[in-house]
Design a protein around this ligand. Structure first.
Ligand SMILES: Nc1ncnc2c1ncn2[C@@H]1O[C@H](COP(=O)(O)OP(=O)(O)OP(=O)(O)O)[C@@H](O)[C@H]1O
Length: 345
């Protein structure tokens, strides 16, 4: 069976500027994928190419095995059976919630249309809101209407472009999980674009990390987090610190934050490496590998505190540790790295 979406060696350009280069991945039927990447890396361009709003200059996009985009073929957007949910909801302000949801299914017989609209209202938990107008709803409710409207014609694939970015952080995460429930319940294959890793982790079966027009890694969120392909992916998938280091004779890594173990055992002694230490991979306390650090700043966050630790070479690293009153700014303590990701420099 063909994947629902298959992207092969894709390139997109704006004039001479290449903004998508050699991107390949496949999305299986019913899967939810998230494309995560910093602003300007080409996420929206890629989504637009899949939707049919953006021509491709090399490679191809296939939907259920049929080429819908290539340098020679460009199936019009309205014939792709692809739904799109935009960042700004794009609801029709003069139509009620029900009318918005039913907008794309006008060709259905009336009774079928009405029952589909009602079941979608139920699916997005907005029963009772059918007669309201978009401006009477909260941002999160409006985005759920936009989702119901996009799902109404039963698209083969749903694209979501930064769908939660207008909402506050707390709501973003709960809506990401709500959208995942809705997509799974309807068996909808979807590709969601975001620059918020928490949103991507919550929603995705597959995570695609992008940087400067290229797909840096495509895997499950767990795999990407635990085994990032390179230091850029590590940085994009979790806060932390990038240090430089050298592999020692006994296969440890020497860094400005002391010695640390590595699971990367193919590196020869003397190799220069990049070391990414997540904020949770630092421990305070005596240990043979510990080095003295100065607590430069301490932000109390409840269960955890976020510390800025100054190393003897002047660098500052960020550490997330359980709140302890004795660890306050200005205090010098021993600290070490307990977990690190090591990459060739
Ligand atoms: N219409 C356009 N004409 C020319 N260049 C464009 C156009 N749209 C985007 N670009 C450029 O293409 C690159 C990728 O932009 P794109 O919007 O796809 O990135 P993005 O990852 O979605 O960013 P953001 O998260 O900020 O929306 C950027 O360098 C951008 O300046």
């Amino acid at each position: 069976m063909h994947p629902i979406l298959s992207i092969g060696n894709l390139q997109c350009r704006y004039g001479e500027q290449v903004v998508i280069e050699s991107v390949s991945f496949a999305l299986q039927e019913g899967e939810i994928a998230c494309l995560l990447g910093p602003s300007g890396c080409g996420k929206t361009t890629l989504l637009h190419a899949i939707a049919g709003f953006q021509p491709v200059t090399e490679g191809s996009i296939q939907l259920s095995g049929e080429v819908i985009s290539s340098p020679e073929i460009q199936v019009p957007a309205e014939r792709r059976k692809i739904g799109v949910v935009f960042q700004d909801y794009a609801l029709f302000p003069h139509l009620t919630v029900e009318q918005n949801i039913a907008f794309g299914i006008q060709s259905m017989p009336k009774s079928e249309r009405q029952s589909r609209t009602q079941s979608l209202l139920q699916l997005v938990r907005l029963e009772g809101f059918g007669q309201q107008y978009p401006h009477q709803l909260s941002g999160g409710q409006q985005q759920r209407v936009a989702l119901a409207r996009a799902l109404a014609p039963r698209p083969k694939l749903l694209l979501l472009d930064e769908p939660f970015s207008n909402l506050d952080t707390e709501l973003r995460r709960s809506l990401a999980s709500e959208v995942r429930r809705i997509l799974k319940q309807t068996g909808t294959s979807a590709l969601l674009v975001t620059h918020d890793r928490n949103e991507a982790f919550v929603a995705a079966d597959k995570l695609g990390v992008m940087g400067e027009g290229q797909l840096l890694q495509w895997d499950t969120p767990e795999q990407v987090y635990q085994a990032p392909a390179n230091a850029d992916v590590a940085r994009l998938t979790g806060s932390g610190n990038l240090l430089t280091g050298v592999v020692t004779d006994n296969r440890l890594v020497q860094t400005p934050m002391g010695l640390m173990n590595t699971t990367e055992n193919t590196l020869q002694p003397g190799t220069r490496v990049k070391v990414f230490v997540r904020s949770g991979g630092i421990e305070i306390g005596e240990h043979e590998y510990a080095v003295p650090v100065l607590i430069a700043e301490r932000d109390f966050l409840g269960e955890q505190c976020l510390y800025q630790l100054t190393l003897t070479d002047g660098q500052t690293v960020e550490a997330s540790l359980p709140a302890q009153p004795e660890l306050s700014s200005g205090v010098s303590v021993p600290a070490r790295v307990t977990r690190a990701l090591v990459f060739p420099a």
